[in-house]
Design a binder for this molecule. Structure first.
Ligand code: HEM
Length: 280
């Protein structure tokens, strides 16, 4: 398969995968399978996927470098746009839930801090989705990069929105924050260390510690829970897997996948040499 064909196939598979959550949601809604409060459930599902795709789009630069596979950058734009579309749908469902009363929606966004920051995150995602095309890239020249740097504050606001609306159980939001920390630490790591196993091990530990820090600060400062209780829960096998363990496992999974990819590449190269260079 040529590189062009690989990229076309990858783009097609990505598009299909990006559509799956919304198709599944539509089917479950039609099938009356969203529980007693389908609108709330749909708001949560679309919000979750917006965050998943946002993190996935940020993960593509490290993934390309770690797996040494250039076609991966070709799907970054569509995953980023999908994050914007799912966030837009999330907002649309919220507005529908408010009976399309835009005055009420505006007042709620101004009144509730978690909606205010969600709204700012949404504006950023929409602006970045619209300007993600080649045309806009040419038009904005150097400013395009500056504008698209807003993805980082956008992600921070989206995750904060996730934390605040989670109220008493911030498990999923902690996983999102831990994974985001992994992505940010990777960018700040010295370039040489980024692709080394030591660097990846440090990243897994760093992201887990960041997850702990987010969780302890949230429960401590917002819910006034004793940090020792949170730590005990994190190490209680009956409550496993806790959010921070999931972050650690995700970090270790990256390490394993990178090792697998490099091992497979090495094996392939050896076999290729054996096949093409006849032994004496
Ligand atoms: C004006 C913009 C937004 C509004 C009005 C809004 C509204 C809401 C509401 C009402 C909830 C549910 C709260 C509850 O059940 O108590 C929610 C949850 C959530 N929102 Fe938003 N949101 C906005 C923007 C965003 C954006 C931009 C993202 C992500 C990129 C996002 C991600 C989430 C997530 C992850 C949840 C939690 C889902 C879960 O608990 O499973 N929201 N949002």
């Amino acid at each position: 398969m040529t590189t062009k064909q690989t990229i076309s196939l990858l783009r097609l598979v990505t598009l299909l995968l990006l559509c799956l959550p919304v198709l599944n949601l539509a089917w479950r809604w039609y099938d009356d399978d969203l529980g007693a409060r389908p609108v709330t459930q749909a708001t949560h599902i679309t919000g979750d996927w917006a965050v998943v795709f946002l993190l996935a789009s940020l993960a593509l630069t490290p993934a390309r470098s770690l797996f040494d596979w250039m076609p991966l950058v070709q799907i970054r734009r569509r995953i980023g746009v999908a994050a914007g579309l799912y966030a837009g749908l999330h907002f649309f469902i919220y507005v529908a839930d408010q009976k399309w009363d835009l005055i009420v929606v505006a007042l709620e966004i101004v009144k509730r801090f978690y909606l205010t920051i969600g709204f700012v995150a949404l504006l950023i995602l929409v602006a970045l989705s619209i300007t993600s095309t080649d045309g806009w890239q040419k038009r904005l020249k150097r400013n395009w990069k500056r504008l698209h740097w807003l993805i980082y504050p956008g992600a921070v606001l989206a995750i904060l929105h996730f934390f605040i609306q989670s109220k008493a159980n911030v498990g999923e939001a902690t996983v999102a924050a831990g994974l985001f920390a992994w992505l940010m630490i990777w960018r700040f790591l010295p370039v040489k260390l980024r692709t080394k196993y030591l660097g990846l091990a440090l990243l897994a530990i760093g992201a887990t510690l960041a997850g702990f820090a987010f969780e302890l600060s949230w429960y401590g400062l917002v819910n006034h829970v004793d940090p020792m209780r949170v730590l005990k829960a994190d190490f209680d096998p009956d409550l496993a897997p806790r959010a921070t363990l999931k972050v650690l496992l995700a970090g270790l999974l990256v390490l394993l996948l990178v090792a697998g990819r490099r091992g497979a590449k090495l094996l392939w190269t050896k076999r290729y040499i054996q096949r093409t260079i006849p032994s004496s």
